[in-house]
Design a protein around this ligand. Structure first.
Ligand SMILES: [Zn+2]
Length: 195
């Protein structure tokens, strides 16, 4: 049986590989959920939409600009910086779970991984488990699944290469330019993974 699922899809490296991985397994039909939250790097949305069009998948964009565009905070991590939005992933996952429940879909997939978990608490298993416990408490029959949580970005890239993902069609840079800046945290992690 082919199962419908909701994928949190950013157009970045991790969620793009997960999307191809799901399609390769052929036992689910993903609907991609995109978030326009006033991010500087709007190019990731362009990449995400292009991938959905190419793969002929349903793609929904949730607009959260009015809430989040002024909430972005620049943090320094060693020599590199990144933009963070407090509680962003909690909001994304909660909306995804509501959307899934409205369609009687039981699974939301989230491509967080070992590298993300290192720096971001809301990319860790404990966070996702507590969110699943909250959904259960609220009697929402949806589970958030994190199939890549024990994988590094390097391992995700290897899966993507096997699946012939064109990484030039994915976007990671936070800086908002038309070309990757090469110095932000996202660019650095991407370069390491692709090396
Ligand atoms: Zn960058």
């Amino acid at each position: 049986m082919v199962e419908p699922i909701i994928l949190l899809f950013s157009g970045g490296l991790d969620s793009t590989v997960l999307l191809y991985d799901l399609l390769h397994q052929k036992d689910c039909v993903p609907t991609c959920l995109l978030f326009d939250y006033g991010q500087r790097h709007i190019k990731e949305l362009t990449c995400a939409r292009a991938a959905c069009a190419e793969l002929n998948l349903e793609c929904r964009t949730v607009s959260l600009q009015s809430i989040f565009s002024t909430a972005q905070t620049f943090i320094m991590d060693g020599k590199s910086g990144s933009y963070i939005v407090p509680n962003r992933n909690m909001v994304f996952l909660s909306i995804a779970a509501a959307f899934a429940a409205s369609r009687e879909i039981k699974t939301v997939l989230y491509a967080c991984n070992l590298d993300d978990a290192e720096g971001f608490p809301d990319c860790r298993p404990a966070f996702v488990s507590s969110l699943n416990a909250s959904l259960k408490e609220a009697q929402v029959d949806v589970e958030i699944c994190i199939p890549y949580i024990s994988k590094t970005k390097k391992e995700i890239v290897a899966i993507g290469r096997d699946l012939r993902v064109n990484f030039d069609d994915t976007w990671s840079c936070y800086s908002g330019g038309l070309e990757p800046c090469g110095t932000c945290l996202a660019c650095k992690k991407r370069q390491e993974a692709l090396a």
